[in-house]
Every structure is written in C-alpha cells, then in structure tokens.
Design a protein around this ligand. Structure first.
Ligand code: BGC
Length: 916
C-alpha cells in the first residue's frame, strides 16, 4: 500500500440539499427546478472542484447508472447553487430522488444523502374538482332532501359581520391496499384539512395571501399514513381569511375585496398497490355543517362556543344529521399554482411573566415580549362561561389595554366553555399583534400558566445570529428579529396589529437585506415577487402594496423600486439569477414607465403618492431628490442585472441611463462644494450610497453629513428611506465612530430611546411613545420593521460579514468588522446557501482578535484594522506563512488578507509604542 505523504482531510460532503430553495418540497410546478447544496468538511482551503447530480425515480436506482432519470455527468466547477434540473420532465404528482457527489480539492468524492422533490398538479385541466362552499340559501329555501335550511342550524352574520366557519366532510372507503396518497387542496379563504380526525399537517394558515383573482396557491400533503383500510373521512374547516374577511382599513362592506364567501377545493390522489389510481375531488357529495367556531376573522378575532363542538364530525361513523350537501361554486378564475414558500406555522411559544388583576374583574397578562400570533388558554369553568381575550401591544398608565392603535381591528377572541373539566382553546384563523392579554369573564383568578403565547409566521429558517458586548444593541437586534417574525406572514406586511397589515413595498425593500441575514427568505420573497408582478398596472407602474388592495395606484419613489431591489437582494444573498430572469419584463416595464414620464432624467412626474422619506422626524429631504436618486439606483441595478443575464445591449442602455440620471441629479441637486439640496441626512446618505456624486465631492459630502449629524447632537432625522443607508454610508466613508454614536445613542430620536421606553419590537415611528406626549395619536404601530433595516449594518459592518456582488450568493465575502470604542466584542454568524460564516472579534488594551470562519467552497477578503502587516499574526504564524492565507497587503491603513475556507484567528497588536 502506498503511504500517504500528507494528512488527508475527510472528503467534502454536500449537505442541506435544496430544490427551489426548499427542503424536500412536495408539489413543485417548476419544470426545471433549481438545485443547490452546502458543503461540509474540516480544515482550510477546502473546495468543491466538480459535482455530479444524479436523479432517480427510486432511491434503489442510484446504484445502477442505466436506471438513472438524469445524470448531469461530472461537471468541473465550484458552483453549488442555481443548477437547473435538465432531465426528462416530471409528470404530475411524480416524485424523484436526487443526490450529489462532489469532488474536493484532494480529488476525494462522496455522495450526499438523498433528497426528494415531487411535482404538483402540472396541467390545470387535471383538476377534476369543484369549488365548494356552504349552501347559503335565503331562509325558506330547502337544500335537496332536507326539511330545514342552513340558517336553521345557526347560519348567522354576527354583529361583526363575519360568517361562521363551515365544517366539511366526505367519507372515503378503501377496499384495496394503498401505495401512496396525496391531497392537493386550497381555499379562497383559509382552511385546515383533517384525515380521520387528525390534522393533515401543522400548517396554521393555508393558503397564503395572493391576489386570488389572478393566482391561488394550492398545498400538497402526503396523507398516505393517515388513511387506513375501510372507512376514512376527509374533513375541512373553512374560514373567510383574506379572501372574504376583513383586510386593511376598508370602509367597504366586508368581503368586497375578493369575494363574499369562502370556497374550498381538493384533489386527492390515491395510488394502489395493484397499480391503479383513483381521484377523490371536491364536489356535491361533500357534506357541510356548522360547529363551534361561530366566526374567525384575521382582524376581528374568533368566537368559539365549545358547547357546539361536533363530536366525531371528522371521523367515520358520524351520523351527519345536521349536514347539508355542499354547494358547488362557480369557477373562480385565477390560476391554481403550487405553493412557493414555507407554510405559516406556530414556530415558538412565549410564557407570560406576570398577571395583574384590574378593577373590572379582569386580568392582564404580560408576555414580556411583543409578539404575533394568538394565545392558548387552559381553564376550567362552568358551561356557558364566556371568556373574552383582548390583545394589546401596550398599556395605558392605569394598566388598561392601549387598543386605540388597532383602529377597527378588534383583535378579540371569545371562548364559551363547555364545562367539562380542564379545557384548552386556541383560535384557528385569526392572528393578533400583542404583548398584553386581558382575560375577562372568569369566575376565579387565573394563574400564570393559564395562557401561552403562540407565535405564528411563515416558517422560514433562521440563518443569522448576532451578539455583542452592548445589551442595548443586543436588544435592538432582538427587536429587529421579532419584528420580522411578526410581519413575515405569507407576505411582508407593514404591521401585524391594526386594520392594515398590507404588503407595503417601501418597507419591504428597506428591510429585505436585513431579512435575508436573519432568515432564509429566498422562497418567501420568490413567492412575494409573484404578488408584486401580479399587482403591476397595465401602464407598467409597480404599485405601493402587493397583493394589490386599497392603494390601487402606481408606486411612490422608494416603494415601487422594491420590484427591482428585491430581485437584486435575492441575487446577492442566494446567487439566484432565475428570479431576475423571471421578473425581467416587470422591471423593464417599470423603468419604461418612469422614463416615459421623466424624459430629462430627473424624476419629477408620475410620483404617485410620493411619500418622501416616510416618518422622518425634524427634516424632510426634497422629494424630487429622493425620486431621482431611486431612479438612478434602479438604472444601475438594471445594468448590473442585465449583465448577469447576458443581456449586453440592455446592460449598455441601462448604464447610459444611469450616467444620464446621475448627471441630471448632480446638476439639479449638488453644489460644487459638496452640498446636496436640502442638506438633509437622507439626501446625503442616498447620494453617497447610490454613488451619485462625482468622486472628488464624495469625501466632502460625507464630511457634511457628519457635520449635519453633529449639528443635530448626533441624532437622526431620517425616515424609512434614509435610515437604511445612513450607517453603511458612514462606515464606507470612514466614519464608523459616528455610526457607533448613532447606534448607541439613547436620546430621542434613536433606537436606544425606544429601547429605554421598553420596546421589544421595532416601532413604526421614532415617537410612537414619548414621556412628553404619551402615545402618538396618528397611526401607531409598535411592530413595524422598517427602522430595523439597521440590522444589515449590524451583520455587515459591526459583525463584518458582507456579500460580494461580484461573486454573489456568498461564494466570496467581504469580512470587514468595524471595531471602534464602545463595543468590546461581537459574535456574528450567517448560515448562507454555501455554508456557515462566522466572525467573532474582541478588543482589549493589548490589541484585537478577529476569528473568521469561512465554509468550504467559499473565500473571503478580510479587512483588518492594523496599519502594518507585522502587527498581525494568524494562529501564531505571520501572514506570509499561514496556511489558507492566499495573500496579504497593506492598503488604506488596513491589512487586507485574502483567505480560503477554514477557521482563522487573527491577532492584531496595538501599534507598538516608540521606544517600547
Ligand atoms: C404603512 C407604512 C407604509 C406607508 C406608506 C403606512 O400606513 O404602515 O408602513 O409604507 O403607509 O407611506
């Protein structure tokens, strides 16, 4: 046996296999889905040199080359994402297994564990189902074969204007052995699917919110293990949801947005061991009745009367006397598409920290955390006892709930006890934003354990963590994450509590990058970009909100541009060029719309609702400056994205447009001395961030920005649009010390101020509450992520992990922590598509230590705060001899080191004192 001459590291292995950004997805309707994986392995300088993807119809087939469905063959490349399946197209409902072998830098190769994806229903004509609903007939009209009407069993429009949740069931007999079963289901409304009395899965809400007239997402369930020989029951609860319930601050009649009552649709595929198939679809044979949920509305809350529970309605053997045949609805028109993102689920629980009795015999629980979801109640009381559960984000001084900011969103759940021992209750189809919960109607004081907060969100995986030596900054970080949890509910909403909760584009674009650090939002934003495209107006205008509702106008500057900025952000974070390609025409139509109205390059027309730097305080950046800055930025991103797609003509055109707008911007808004019109923080921040100023004026403008901040006593005057860019611009131009001042500031207005007032989520406004004025009287949310866009700076600058646009998807990163006085240490991690990055730094009197972890197959340029190379060592070696260090140099007062993958510990001595 030959003796190895060097120690071999264990072979690199592909892990975290993803298909269309999802783990083992069922029900994909993309013909050539994108595949990706991360790499795992020890040591430095690890990289993938080649891959081979194999796709099989059966996992046993992997062993036989001739039986493979698709074999990419060995491809010599380091690419590990954005690889499109190119084998024979899947048939509807078909499952494939896939695995990837990677060859590492030592020529070793290992096959990954297998993953799957499964096709959904690919051809709309395959749906054999009817939309079904409750037979809402005028009183007196009888359902066939019935003496009574649906109204007689309690159909009512309650005082809140909502209708009861309807309970559907359908029996199903299996007479031969089943191989597999799938349910494809959706609703115009919200539904839950049960098989033989058990939930088909743990989705909290389905389907998500889309413009149902255009597109409705269906869900795919593997229900094989739920079914059994003989009698089975498919059952569904159906609520009004976004389709027919209250949405936004509408003065319109309930249900006017999409439709007046909810509908359900299902297509259940049964495949038997003998090779035959059958389909059970929604049709007139389904039965429907009413049950304990008297209504359940997203904004208003739920009324649950436990005395009306239908024992056994979703299991075989139910007598069905109170059931009616379902009514078949008209074909609802919009396309049925497979669900694109993670489902909405309960992702965690929050326990109350105190309970306080009030003078009105109610009890106020404090959960200690402003959260979004609902509560689970555990109680014992006599039959008919009616418990009211009210929710609020804050309290008045007298301890009563502050609910003024909810406007018409009642956010009140009611439970009527059945009086049989301990009862537990949690609502099904509503959610609230709250920290405080008031219980009333109990006959005995509740203990702290009576109630648990259940956190609901689109269950996107966490990817980022951040901690540093400042408790204030850690609280800010926590508030940012909680506001993302609370507002990523099918669409990125502005707020979770009042009668609004809309997918505002401006908020989403400023927060997108922070969101992508915190969590894997690739699938979530992929889905939402369809909503943005669906909302686009015929003249090309991208809108202010998506799905389109209430604000059916073209978008304001800084809002509509989400249609361009979010695909770019997805590219930057996940290397996803497919999303750019998919929405290219949407983006071009928007650019054409702006150009048509603004031929000079200055964006002065078609500004629509022109919100400006929304909720800025103490200053108002000129709106035409903001508009033109965003127009320029969009042109530049378009040029870059055209380059990525290989559209070279358009790349040239957009580059020219970018120069032209930039020229017009400078002429209109910039003086020779670097002053930017209006002299506002936002004006300077946008001009510098978007590279709109001539080179020679940039440092001057940056200095003017700092002077402006100083003149404001180191306080911000920025609103939604400016705040995102302020700290990154300061750091970029060498003023991280000033960025620290803003970050650590506690005087009004600042993040620290809000935290000192007890904020546990991001406030909508700097002055949502002040000691002088109390609660802000206009729209006022305590859970609005826009000012949380500073999260990007926490990860990218304070922590120091930034994507490199030239090698997007974190194949190469810039590691450049901003280490200044005021923070002693900082630990940041980011789980990218490629693998796990980490930077941990600490400073002491002797110097600084910067620990950097780069996953296999990625590289980094590390900027270290050291004037001279001699002051830096890596794990005890000098930089020139350290393994994994490709090169190092002194540049602009820093030491810049190129590294390969692995774990590195850089030690930086403080400057040696002369004569020391
Ligand atoms: C929303 C915002 C939104 C804004 C538009 C507000 O009502 O809450 O977050 O961006 O309107 O100016």
């Amino acid at each position: 046996m030959p003796v190895p001459t060097r120690v071999m590291s264990s072979a690199l292995q592909a892990v975290s296999l993803r298909c269309e950004h999802l783990e083992n997805p069922l029900g994909i309707d993309v013909a050539r889905p994108q595949l990706s994986w991360a790499l795992q392995g020890d040591g430095r300088g690890r990289r993938q040199c080649a891959y081979r993807i194999v796709v099989a119809n059966d996992p046993d087939d992997f062993a036989f080359e001739t039986r493979l469905r698709w074999d990419s063959g060995r491809i010599d490349t380091g690419e590990c994402f954005g690889i499109h399946y190119a084998g024979p197209g899947l048939k509807s409902c078909e499952r494939v297994w896939w695995s990837v072998r990677v060859w590492d830098e030592q020529g070793q190769s290992v096959m990954s564990d297998a993953a799957i994806w499964e096709a959904g229903i690919l051809d709309p004509a395959e749906w054999q189902s009817d939309w079904i609903t409750a037979p809402l007939a005028p009183r007196g009209l009888r359902a066939p074969g019935r003496e009574d009407s649906f109204e007689d069993i309690g159909w009512l429009r309650t005082e809140i204007g909502s209708s009861p949740v309807t309970y559907f069931r359908r029996e199903l007999r299996l007479d031969k052995p089943l191989r597999r079963a799938r349910a494809y289901a959706t609703a115009l409304g919200l539904y839950r699917l049960y098989i033989n009395g058990t939930r088909a899965d743990d989705r909290a809400f389905a389907p998500g919110w889309t413009d149902y007239h255009q597109r409705t997402e269906y869900q795919s369930y593997d229900i094989t293990d739920h079914l059994r020989d003989g009698e089975n029951v498919l059952a569904v609860t159906l609520a009004e949801g976004w389709y027919a319930g209250y949405v936004g601050f509408t003065p319109r009649r309930r249900g006017a947005h999409y439709g007046n009552r909810p509908y359900f649709l299902a297509h259940v595929l049964l495949e038997f061991e003998d090779g035959t198939r059958s389909i059970v679809a929604t049709d007139g044979s389904w039965q429907v009745t009413l049950g304990p949920i008297r209504y359940s509305d997203l904004l208003k809350g739920e009324l649950y009367d436990a005395r009306r529970e239908l024992s056994g309605w979703h299991t075989p053997g139910y007598d069905g006397a109170n059931c009616f045949p379902a009514e078949i609805g008209p074909d609802r028109g919009g396309a049925l598409v497979a669900e694109r993102a993670q489902a909405m689920k309960i992702v965690e629980e929050v326990k109350p920290v105190s309970v306080t009795p009030t003078s009105t015999r109610s009890y106020v629980f404090d959960l200690g955390q402003n959260m979004v979801g609902h509560v689970r109640l555990r109680l014992q009381a006599a039959s008919g006892t009616t418990v009211k559960i009210r929710h609020a984000e804050a309290l008045h001084e007298d301890g009563s709930l502050y609910t003024e900011n909810l406007r018409t969103a009642t956010a009140e759940d009611t439970y009527v006890c059945k009086g049989q021992g301990i009862e537990t209750y949690e609502p099904s189809f509503t959610y609230h934003g709250f920290r405080y919960v008031e219980l009333s109607g109990l006959d005995a004081p509740p203990d702290l354990g009576a109630l648990t907060g259940r956190v609901l969100m689109s269950a996107v995986p966490r990817t980022g963590t951040f901690r540093c030596s400042s408790p204030l900054v850690n609280q800010l970080y926590s508030n940012i994450v909680w506001s993302q949890k609370g507002n990523f509910i099918s669409v990125p909403t502005d707020c979770p509590q009042r009668d609004e909760r809309l997918g505002w584009l401006g908020d989403a674009q400023v927060f997108a990058s922070t969101a992508a650090y915190n969590m894997d939002v690739s699938a979530f934003f992929t889905k939402w970009m369809f909503d943005v495209a669906d909302a686009q107006l015929p003249d090309g205008a991208i809108t202010d909100v998506a799905p389109l509702l209430l604000f059916e106008n073209g978008g304001a500057p800084g809002w509509a541009e989400a249609g361009i900025i979010i695909p770019w952000t997805l590219y930057l974070h996940y290397g996803d060029s497919a999303v750019i390609d998919r929405h290219w025409n949407t983006m071009v139509a928007w650019m054409d719309y702006v150009a048509r109205h603004n031929p000079t390059g200055l964006r002065q027309n078609a500004l629509n609702l022109n919100f400006g730097d929304w909720l800025a305080i103490g200053s108002d950046a000129p709106r035409d400056l903001i508009a033109t800055a965003f127009y320029a930025y969009s042109a530049r991103l378009m040029a870059d994205m055209a380059g990525i797609l290989g559209r070279s003509d358009e790349q040239d055109e957009y580059s020219m447009l970018w120069s032209r707008i930039r020229g017009a911007f400078v002429e209109a808004f910039v003086d020779d001395d670097g002053a930017v019109a209006g002299e506002t923080q936002t004006g300077f921040a946008l001009a510098l961030a978007f590279d709109l100023l001539p080179d020679n004026l940039r440092p001057v403008a940056a200095t003017r920005l700092v002077e402006n901040l100083e003149a404001h006593d180191w306080r911000m005057t920025t609103g939604f649009l400016g705040v995102k860019w302020l700290l990154p611009v300061l750091s970029r131009f060498g003023f991280s010390d000033v960025a620290y001042k803003l970050l650590l500031g506690e005087a009004f207005p600042s993040w620290g101020f809000c935290i000192r007032q007890g904020a546990t989520t991001m406030w909508e406004r700097w002055d949502s509450w002040t000691p002088e004025h109390g609660f802000q009287e206009e729209m006022n949310s305590f859970n609005h992520y826009a000012f949380g866009s500073v999260g990007e700076w926490l990860y990218g600058y304070l922590g120091g992990i930034r994507p490199d646009p030239h090698r997007a998807g974190f194949q190469h990163v810039i590691v450049a922590p901003e280490i200044q006085a005021g923070i002693g240490w900082c630990d940041t991690e980011y789980l990218s598509r490629v693998g796990r990055f980490a930077v941990a730094w600490k400073q002491s009197d002797d110097g600084k230590i910067v620990q950097v972890t780069i996953p296999p197959n990625a590289t980094a340029t590390v900027h270290l705060p050291a004037g001279k190379k001699e002051l830096v060592s890596e794990s005890g070696s000098d930089l020139d001899s350290a393994t994994g260090v490709v090169s190092s140099k002194e540049q602009d007062g820093q030491v810049v080191v190129e590294i390969e993958s692995g774990e590195f510990v850089f030690n930086i001595q403080n400057c040696m004192r002369k004569n020391a």
